[in-house]
Ligand binder design. Structure first.
Ligand code: MIC
Ligand code: SF4
Length: 644
C-alpha cells in the first residue's frame, strides 16, 4: 500500500510508535517557532530545563502579537526574548518584521520538514508541504531541547479539490466551506491532506490560507503536497534550493475522502460568534458595516493585499466605515509600497496598520458597542475583538474591501460591471532580512535580560491521593481558550502568571479567580465542569497554567480539544470526560466532588475513575485516557517535575 503525504513526512521523522491511527507517536522536530505572547513562558520553561543551546535544526522567536507596547511589560518581554535568542542560538524576528506564520512561509519553511510552533496557526506551513503543528510552549521548549513531540497518529482525511475558483471566490471561501462541512468540533486526531486536480490552480499563499484556518476545525494539522507550484514560490523567495517534491503515492489510502468542488463555491462568511457559523455573503447583502479590518496570518499576503489595493484604487472608503489594513510582513509592505499600492490604499482613506497580529488578538481596534466588524482573520469568538457586543463576520479580502467602499456588505457576484482584481504571483519577492537577528555562534556570554514583570514558570505539586473540592465553575459547550484566558488588553501579563491568573474566565464569571484562589488557600481542589469541545482555539498554555495556579486539579468535560488537553497534562491537571455525556446535568456549579482514589487509580493505569458528587450523593463514571508517559506527567504534577 502506498503512502500519503502525511505518512511520508511522519515516517521520515518517526522516533517511536507506529502510524496506526490512534496510537501514540513520537516524531523528531526539525524547526520550531514561538511568538511573543506564548514565547516568554516557553523560553522560561526552556531555561528551567537546563539545556545550554537549542538542539533542533532551526528555532525562530517572532515578536508579532503584542507590539503595541503599552506600559513597560511588553517591551520587557521583547528584551527578554531577544537576549534569550542570542544566548541559546535562536533566530530573533524583531517587532515590525511581521506575523510569524507569514514570515515563516516566506523565509524558513521547507517542504518535508516538521515544524512545531507555540501558536495554533502553525499549520499555515502545511501550505508548503510541511507537517506543521501548533502546541503549548512547554512542548515547543522540549522540541528545542532536542526532545521528540508526542501526538496521536492521525486519521488522514483527503480533501479532494476539483474545478477552479470563479472570480470573486477565494481560498478563504474554500476553507469556510470546509469549516461548514466539518465544524469546529469532533475532528481531534485528524489531519486534512489536500489533493486533486484543482491543486495546480492554487498558489502557496492560497494554500496557506486554507491550512491556516484548518486550525479552526481542531485538526492536528493540514497539508498540501509539495509540487511545481511550491517550487515556484520558493524560487520567487530566493530559496528554490530547499524545494523537494512530496506527492502522495498513487495508491495511497485515506481514512476518508471528501470532495470540494471549487467551481460550485460562492463567497461565504463566518457569522458571529464561531468560524463554523457559515452563511453566504449573498444572504448578508445590505448589512451595514462599521469597521473593516484586512490582515492577520490568514489573509495578509502580497497577493491578498494587492487585490484589495486594486479594488480601492480611485475609490473612497465609506464615511461611516473605519478600514484598517495590516500587511503580513515587511516584505509584503515593501512590495506594496514599491508598486504604488500603499499610495492607492492611503488615497482611498484606509488606515495602514502595523504588520503584526494587532486587531486579530483584540489588543487594538476594538469595535464600538454593537458594531458590525468585517474581518479577514480566522476567529470571531464572542468578545475576542475586545468588544463583547460587537458582531464580527469573517470574510475574504475582496468582500471586505467592497464593504469598506459601500458601507454595506455587497454580493460581489452581482457586481457585474466590476472587474475581478486578479493578481499574478510575483516572479520575485522583494525585501531583506534586516529585522531577522541571527544568534552568535556562541551566545553563552550574552546576559539574559529580565524585567520586573517576568516571573518564574509556576510548578504544580504531585497528584494527591484524593481530589476533593467544589465544581468551582460549570460552563457550556465550545468554551474557547479566549473564554478561559482572555488575551487582548490582558496580554501584557503573559510572563507573570500570578497577575494573569486574576483574569481566568474573566468574561464568563468574573468572580471565578477569587473563588478558586480562596478554595486553593483552604487546601481544597477546584474542578472545572464543561460541555463539548472544551479548550477550542488557541494554543496558549496559560489557559492551563493559570487555572493550575488557582488550584484547579481536574477538568471534567463532554469532550476536550487536542492542544488544550496536552497543555492540561503538561501542568498536571487531570483531563477527564463523562462516560455518559448526560451526566453533565448531574453536577451543578458549587456541588462538592470527590475523586477518592485518584492517584492510586492513575498509578494503576485505570481508564475509568468514579466521581462522587457528595452534594447529591451520586456516583458518576469518568473516562481518563492517558498514555504511560502522560500518566507519569500527571502523577508528578506536570512535565517540568519529570526528568526534563
Ligand atoms: C490566537 O490567534 O488566538 C493566538 C493569539 O495567536 C494564539 C496564541 C496566543 O494565545 O498567544 C494561538 O492561536 O495559539
Ligand atoms: Fe496572530 Fe491572529 Fe494569526 Fe493568532 S490568528 S497568530 S493573533 S494573526
Amino acid at each position: 500500500m502506498g503512502l500519503n503525504v502525511v505518512q511520508k513526512i511522519l515516517r521520515d521523522h518517526l522516533v517511536s510508535g507506529t502510524l496506526t491511527p490512534g496510537a501514540e507517536l513520537a516524531i523528531r522536530i526539525d524547526q520550531t517557532l514561538t511568538q511573543d505572547a506564548t514565547g516568554t513562558m516557553a523560553y522560561l520553561q526552556f531555561e528551567a530545563m537546563g539545556v545550554h543551546r537549542v538542539r533542533n535544526e532551526l528555532a525562530v522567536s517572532y515578536v508579532d502579537h503584542n507590539t503595541v507596547q503599552v506600559g513597560f511589560e511588553n517591551s520587557d518581554d521583547h528584551a527578554y526574548l531577544q537576549s534569550v535568542a542570542a544566548h541559546y542560538g535562536i533566530v530573533f524576528s524583531k517587532a515590525g518584521n511581521g506575523i510569524c506564520h507569514q514570515l515563516h512561509l516566506e523565509r524558513f519553511g521547507v517542504p518535508g520538514k516538521t515544524l512545531l510552533g507555540s501558536d495554533s496557526h502553525t499549520p499555515t506551513g502545511g501550505g508548503l508541504g510541511m507537517i506543521a503543528i501548533g502546541a503549548g510552549g512547554l512542548d515547543v521548549a522540549v522540541a528545542m531541547g532536542g526532545g521528540p513531540f508526542h501526538l496521536t497518529a492521525p486519521k488522514v482525511i483527503r480533501i479532494e479539490l476539483t474545478g477552479k475558483l470563479r472570480p470573486w471566490v477565494t481560498a478563504k471561501d474554500a476553507i469556510l466551506k470546509v469549516l461548514q462541512m466539518f465544524s469546529t468540533k469532533g475532528n481531534v486526531g485528524c489531519v486534512f491532506e489536500y489533493g486533486g486536480p484543482a491543486l495546480k490552480t492554487l498558489n502557496v499563499p492560497e494554500r496557506a490560507t486554507i491550512t491556516n484556518m484548518g486550525a479552526e476545525c481542531g485538526v492536528t494539522t493540514s497539508v498540501f503536497p509539495s509540487d511545481e507550484t511550491t517550487r515556484a514560490f520558493l524560487e520567487a523567495q530566493g530559496r528554490g534550493d530547499v524545494w523537494r517534491e512530496i506527492l502522495p503515492d498513487p495508491d495511497a489510502a485515506y481514512a476518508r475522502t471528501v470532495t470540494v468542488d471549487l467551481d460550485a463555491l460562492e463567497p461565504l462568511a463566518a457569522a458571529p460568534h464561531s468560524p463554523d457559523n457559515i452563511v453566504t455573503v449573498a444572504s448578508l447583502a445590505g448589512k451595514r458595516v462599521d469597521q473593516v479590518l484586512i490582515g492577520s496570518c490568514t489573509n495578509s499576503s502580497f497577493t491578498d493585499l494587492k487585490a484589495v489595493a486594486k479594488l480601492l484604487k480611485g475609490q473612497t472608503v465609506h464615511p461611516d466605515v473605519s478600514l484598517g489594513i495590516a500587511p503580513g510582513s515587511r516584505q509584503v509592505l515593501t512590495m506594496l509600497a514599491a508598486d504604488g499600492s500603499v499610495t492607492d490604499l492611503l488615497a482611498a482613506g484606509a488606515r495602514l496598520l502595523e504588520n503584526a497580529c494587532g486587531f486579530c488578538i483584540g489588543n487594538s481596534l476594538s469595535p464600538a458597542s454593537d458594531a458590525v466588524s468585517l474581518r479577514t482573520n480566522n476567529r470571531n469568538f464572542e468578545g475576542r475583538s475586545g468588544t463583547k457586543s460587537a458582531r464580527v463576520y469573517l470574510v475574504s479580502p475582496p468582500v471586505a474591501a467592497l464593504a469598506a467602499i459601500h458601507g454595506r456588505i455587497v454580493d460581489p457576484l452581482l457586481m457585474t460591471e466590476l472587474k475581478y482584481p486578479r493578481v499574478a504571483m510575483p516572479k520575485h519577492f522583494e525585501g531583506d532580512d534586516a529585522l531577522l537577528i541571527k544568534p552568535p555562534a556562541d551566545g553563552a556570554s550574552v546576559a539574559v535580560v529580565r524585567g520586573p514583570n517576568i516571573g518564574d514558570p509556576p510548578r504544580n505539586t504531585p497528584l494527591p491521593g484524593a481530589l476533593a473540592g467544589a465544581a468551582t465553575i460549570k460552563v457550556g459547550d465550545r468554551i474557547t481558550t479566549d473564554h478561559i484566558m482572555p488575551a487582548g488588553a490582558r496580554l501584557k501579563f503573559r510572563s507573570n502568571i500570578p497577575a494573569y491568573a486574576q483574569f481566568v474566565f474573566e468574561g464568563v464569571d468574573p468572580e471565578f479567580a477569587q473563588r478558586a484562589a480562596a478554595a486553593r488557600d483552604a487546601g481544597r481542589h477546584n474542578f472545572i465542569i464543561a460541555g463539548e469541545s472544551y479548550g477550542q482555539g488557541s494554543s496558549r498554555e496559560h489557559a492551563a497554567l493559570c487555572p493550575m495556579f488557582l488550584g484547579v486539579r481536574a477538568v471534567i468535560a463532554k469532550s476536550l480539544e487536542r492542544i488544550h488537553t496536552a497543555n492540561l497534562i503538561n501542568v498536571g491537571i487531570l483531563p477527564l470526560t463523562f462516560v455518559n455525556p448526560a451526566d453533565y446535568d448531574r453536577i451543578a456549579a458549587g456541588d462538592e466532588l470527590l475523586l477518592a482514589g485518584a492517584r492510586a487509580e492513575i498509578e494503576a493505569g485505570k481508564n475509568r475513575l468514579m466521581l462522587v458528587n457528595t452534594t447529591r450523593k451520586i456516583e458518576i463514571p469518568l473516562a481518563v485516557s492517558l498514555t504511560e508517559r502522560q500518566q507519569k506527567i500527571i502523577l508528578a504534577g506536570g512535565l517540568l517535575n519529570t526528568e526534563h
